[in-house]
Design a protein around this ligand. Structure first.
Ligand code: ATP
Ligand code: NCN
Length: 197
């Protein structure tokens, strides 16, 4: 498990990373800046509970992730495999127990906000940690119209105040309109060179 000290603010970017790409690296750098994070941990998922097909082996995904981002503030991890968790709500509660005094911020692209209401115990996630959402090509409208965005509209922090998110009490979320990088793992798999889509 990675090292963290009390009072640190750590962004968690969960994903299949099958494979990791420049879009992940880009939103990580933007999140560090816009949300004033000390670190970002990439949580390479043992398998997204909503995806039928399992991802490539963990070691291959870790190696790829390490080649995509080289930043001392970013840690590539298989924490969920170590904890034996798959659902984000479970992962967050285990991390909060393991790291008392550390502030966690859940990070995700706008496509995941659009689907967030399908996640297990998603409202518990909202009540537990601040959530930072980063723009993704083609997803702005679906994210803004999503069930999560509508239900939690009163708890939204405006993008211009994004530095407040990490220290806000949950529920709190913030959508930041960062410059967008149009890359996806699906497109990379379809293009070959990783594994077929
Ligand atoms: N280009 C991008 N812009 C913004 N957010 C992104 C981008 N690529 C990935 N993300 C976000 O990073 C997290 C992990 O993404 P994931 O590993 O599923 O990559 P993906 O490209 O979305 O994969 P797939 O195409 O297989 O669904 C998710 O929260 C996703 O929204
Ligand atoms: O907890 C859930 O029900 C849940 C459902 C779908 C996705 N997630 C998490 O969302 C993150 C992004 O997943 P993915 O496959 O789109 O990269 C990853 O950490 C998944 O474990 C979590």
């Amino acid at each position: 498990m990675p090292f963290a000290t009390k009072g640190q603010v750590i962004g968690l970017l969960g994903g299949s990373f099958d494979p990791a790409h420049e879009g992940h690296a880009h939103i990580t750098r933007e999140a560090l800046k816009r949300f004033g994070l000390d670190r970002v941990w990439w949580l390479l998922s043992p398998g997204n509970p909503l995806k039928e097909r399992g991802p490539a082996p963990m070691q291959a995904r870790i190696e790829r992730a390490l080649s995509v981002i080289d930043d001392r503030r970013v840690e590539i991890t298989d924490i969920e495999a170590q904890l034996g968790t798959r659902y984000t709500a479970e992962t967050l509660s285990a991390l909060r127990q393991t790291y008392p005094g550390v502030r966690f911020v859940w990070l995700m692209g706008a496509d995941n906000l659009a689907q967030f209401h399908l996640w297990q115990d998603w409202q518990q996630i909202m009540q537990t940690v601040p959530v930072g959402v980063l723009a993704r090509p083609g997803q702005r409208i679906s994210a803004r119209m999503s069930r999560a965005a509508r239900l939690y509209a009163p708890y939204r922090i405006a993008g211009r105040n994004s530095q407040l998110l990490a220290h806000a009490a949950a529920p709190a979320w913030c959508f930041v309109n960062v410059p967008m990088v149009d890359v996806s793992s699906t497109a990379l798999r379809a293009a070959g060179g990783w594994r077929s889509a």
